[in-house]
Write a protein that binds this ligand. Structure first.
Ligand SMILES: Cc1ncc(COP(=O)(O)O)c(C=O)c1O
Length: 370
C-alpha cells in the first residue's frame, strides 16, 4: 500500500511522538504503576471533556462508546428525541433502535442546521420522553450542532442528554458539565490526535442515575457502563477496567493528550480556526466554495463543492493518484456533491493546507484538457 498524506475526517496522522509511543514495548495492563499512568490519562481526558464526572476508556471504535452510552442509559420502549441532519445522526437512530429504543426523529436536510423549534414541539407533544441524543460535529456534512442550547432544553425538561463528540472533542469548543451533558462518547483517532482503537466515554452524576433507573440493566456486558463502573470501583488499586486494556493505545493517547494540554485547548482551537479560514479563502479563489458559511464553520473539517457539478469522487481520486493526498468524498445524500478535507490533526500545518489547495487547483487545470 502506498503511503498517502491523510487529510480525511479521521483517522488522522498522529505526531511522530505519538506513533513512537504506540510502538513502545508492551506493558502489563495491571499493577500500581500502570494504574497510576492509566488514571493520569483519565485525568487528562476530564480536562478535555471539561467534566468532574467519570471517564472510562473503552477499547473499540467510537461506535462502541456510542453503543455503550445509549444502551446503558435507555431501555426498550424508552422514547428518545434524535435530531438528524446527516449520516451520523441516522447512525444514532440505528444504534438506538437496536436496543428497542423508540426514536422520535427530528429531521433536517443534510447540510442544514437542526430545528430547535421542531424539537421543542416534539418535547411538548409527549409527556414520557426520556432523553435527547445528538451528534456534535456531523462529520458527513461539517455542520456543528447547537449542544449548549439542547443541553439547556434537556435540563428544563429533566431529560438525559447524550452527545456523540466522536469528531469534535479536542478540536471544537466543548464543555461537558457547563452544557449539561450526561453521557458523551468520543474516539481516539480524530481531534484527540491518536491512532484508532480507543473510545473514551464520560458520564455525569445524572447520567449514572439514568443508567441506574434503566429497567433494562442486562443490556450486554462489554458495552454495559455498569460493568466499567463496577471494575473501576472494585479493582481501583490495580486493574480499574474489566478487560485487558490496550496499553500501547493508551500510551499513545496519554502522549497526544499531554501535547494538547501543553499547547492549551484554546490555543489549539484558535490554530485550527486559522487553518480552516486559510483553506476556505483558498477554496473560494479556485472556484470550489465551502458548503457552509464561515460563521458556522467546523474548524477541523471542511466540505466544498467541486467545479461545475463534476462528481467529487473524481477530485478525490485525482488527489490520491497524482498528489498522494487522501481526502474524502461526500457521505450519504451529499455523495459526489461535495468533497471533505479533514484538518483535525495537531500536526496539520499551513503548508499542508497550501499543498491541498495546490493539488485542487491542479485538478481544475486538468479539466481544461478534456
Ligand atoms: C460523528 C461521528 N460519530 C460516529 C462515528 C463512528 O466512529 P467509529 O468509526 O470510530 O466507530 C464517526 C466516524 O467517523 C463520526 O464522525
Amino acid at each position: 500500500m502506498k503511503e498517502k498524506k491523510l487529510m480525511i475526517p479521521g483517522p488522522i496522522q498522529p505526531d511522530t511522538k505519538v506513533l513512537q509511543a504506540i510502538g513502545s514495548p508492551v506493558r502489563a495492563h495491571y499493577g500500581k504503576e500502570w494504574t497510576e499512568y492509566y488514571n493520569e490519562t483519565l485525568d487528562y481526558l476530564k480536562k478535555v471533556f471539561i467534566t468532574k464526572g467519570d471517564v472510562h476508556i473503552i477499547v473499540g471504535s467510537g461506535s462502541s462508546a456510542i453503543d455503550a452510552c445509549l444502551g446503558s442509559a435507555f431501555g426498550t420502549g424508552d422514547k428518545v428525541v434524535i435530531p438528524i441532519n446527516g449520516f451520523f445522526g441516522e447512525r444514532l437512530k440505528a444504534i438506538s433502535e437496536s436496543y428497542g429504543i423508540e426514536v422520535l426523529p427530528v429531521i433536517s436536510p443534510y447540510g442544514e442546521e437542526i430545528q430547535i423549534e421542531e424539537i421543542k414541539k416534539v418535547l411538548k407533544s409527549q409527556s414520557d420522553i426520556k432523553g435527547i441524543a445528538v451528534v456534535h460535529l456531523e462529520t458527513s456534512t461539517t455542520i456543528v450542532n447547537p449542544i449548549e442550547k439542547l443541553g439547556q432544553l434537556a435540563r428544563e425538561e429533566n431529560l438525559t442528554f447524550f452527545v456523540d463528540a466522536v469528531s469534535s472533542l479536542g478540536g471544537l469548543n466543548f464543555r461537558m458539565d457547563d452544557w449539561g451533558i450526561d453521557l458523551c462518547a468520543t474516539a481516539s483517532q480524530k481531534c484527540l490526535g491518536s491512532p484508532p482503537g480507543l473510545a473514551p466515554v464520560a458520564i455525569s452524576e445524572f447520567g449514572w442515575e439514568s443508567i441506574e433507573k434503566n429497567k433494562h440493566s442486562k443490556h450486554g456486558w462489554y458495552l454495559n457502563l455498569r460493568t466499567w463502573k463496577q471494575y473501576a470501583e472494585d479493582w481501583a488499586d490495580w486493574h480499574p477496567f474489566p478487560i485487558t486494556m490496550a496499553t500501547n493505545n493508551v500510551t499513545a493517547l496519554h502522549t497526544s493528550l499531554e501535547d494538547l494540554l501543553e499547547e492549551g485547548i484554546e490555543n489549539r482551537l484558535s490554530r485550527y480556526r486559522n487553518l480552516a479560514l486559510r483553506l476556505r479563502r483558498g477554496l473560494r479563489k479556485i472556484g470550489m466554495p465551502p458548503l457552509t458559511p464561515d460563521e458556522i464553520m467546523a474548524p477541523v473539517l471542511t466540505a466544498a463543492y467541486g467545479p461545475g457539478g463534476i462528481p467529487t469522487s473524481e477530485i478525490v481520486d485525482f488527489l490520491g493518484e497524482k498528489h498522494g493526498i487522501k481526502i474524502a468524498g461526500g457521505l450519504g445524500k451529499l455523495k459526489n456533491k461535495v468533497f471533505r478535507i479533514g484538518h483535525m490533526s495537531p500536526s496539520v500545518s499551513e503548508d499542508d493546507i497550501d499543498e491541498v489547495l495546490y493539488a485542487l487547483d491542479d485538478f481544475n487545470k486538468s479539466l481544461s484538457g478534456r
